[in-house]
Design a protein around this ligand. Structure first.
Ligand SMILES: Nc1ncnc2c1ncn2[C@@H]1O[C@H](COP(=O)(O)OP(=O)(O)O)[C@@H](O)[C@H]1O
Ligand SMILES: [Mg+2]
Length: 277
């Protein structure tokens, strides 16, 4: 079964898209490094803002006929074909494919609200094409919306990025609750919280260190901490140039951090001892 990793948190601006895109690319590089026959990774952008699509394809012109919106609006029997048709190659790597978002997703959410089976409109077609891919990474919008629910129902693993600020870490428990509601309420037992990523960490800020310390010591959350990504200007520049952090500045602190995170994921998901991203 293809592992499908969703990056989620109902807060915006905390590094979901940065993490989803760089982890997706990192997985391609790591799988290739290990000689995987098909190191193909699919990135699904469920956020109508389309930042992950823009960063990885350089395009923001996806719409009614060539985006996730098309898949959501397709007849059930046609949805898997629509999904396959709408997937494009990223500009980052030939083996990183993207199912792009469109601003129309906003309206799709309203149209599908209350429609039977709507929450499975990503999971169902994905289950029919996922075997083409070694892994799937799903970026979500900053809310517990229908589209986020669709992303969670299409995933096997959830990673929660969080900034090291007090209210953000308090909000973590409600994200964990939402994931467990999906697991139990929607009978999706395969979904598990794979880890928490602390993003935009500035070790010069006392409050950041204090919160990281508290998180590490927390009885539940502490064991889930999978990585710390430093606050690093190179990240903003990499977005600006529509490049992964690994391409933009491979020696940047954030590139090293994402490299470690990908190593850990590859170990967990694919049973490898180590990987280079
Ligand atoms: N490690 C980091 N260091 C510095 N800036 C970052 C870092 N991670 C993300 N950012 C910046 O923070 C903003 C929000 O990041 P983004 O990944 O789009 O968050 P989200 O998807 O959660 O809204 C962007 O401007 C991005 O460049
Ligand atoms: Mg985002």
């Amino acid at each position: 079964m293809t592992q499908s990793i969703v990056l989620t948190n109902h807060k915006g601006g905390i590094g979901k898209t940065t993490s989803a895109t760089n982890i997706a690319f990192g997985l391609v590089a790591a799988l290739r490094h290990y000689g995987a026959a098909h190191p193909l990774v699919l990135l699904i952008d469920t956020d109508s803002q389309g930042h992950a699509s823009l960063a990885t394809t350089g395009r923001r012109d996806f719409g009614a006929d060539n985006s996730l919106y098309t898949v959501l609006m397709a007849e059930r029997k046609d949805a898997a074909q629509a999904m396959a048709d709408c997937i494009v190659q990223s500009t980052w790597d030939a083996d990183l494919h993207v199912l792009p978002a469109s601003p129309m997703l906003e309206g799709a959410e309203r149209e599908l609200m209350g429609v039977a089976g709507a929450p499975f409109r990503i999971a169902e077609p994905l289950s029919r094409i996922a075997s083409h891919y070694a892994a799937v990474v799903i970026d979500t919008r900053p809310s517990f919306s229908l589209l986020t629910e669709m992303g969670l129902l299409a995933a096997t693993d959830a990673i929660i990025p969080v900034e090291p600020r007090y209210l953000e870490t308090v909000g973590l428990l409600s994200v964990m609750q939402k994931i467990s509601d999906i697991r139990e309420g929607w009978r999706h037992p395969i979904l598990r919280v794979r880890g928490i990523l602390v993003t935009k960490m500035d070790s010069r800020v006392r409050g950041h260190n204090q919160l990281l310390g508290e998180l590490k010591a927390h009885s539940v959350l502490g064991g889930l901490l999978r990585g710390v990504v430093p606050q690093n200007e190179a990240v903003s520049y990499s977005h600006h140039h529509h490049l992964s952090i690994f391409h933009y500045e491979p020696k940047a602190a954030a590139a090293k951090a994402y490299g470690h995170i990908v190593d850990g994921l590859v170990r967990q998901l694919f049973g490898r001892k180590e990987a280079g991203a």
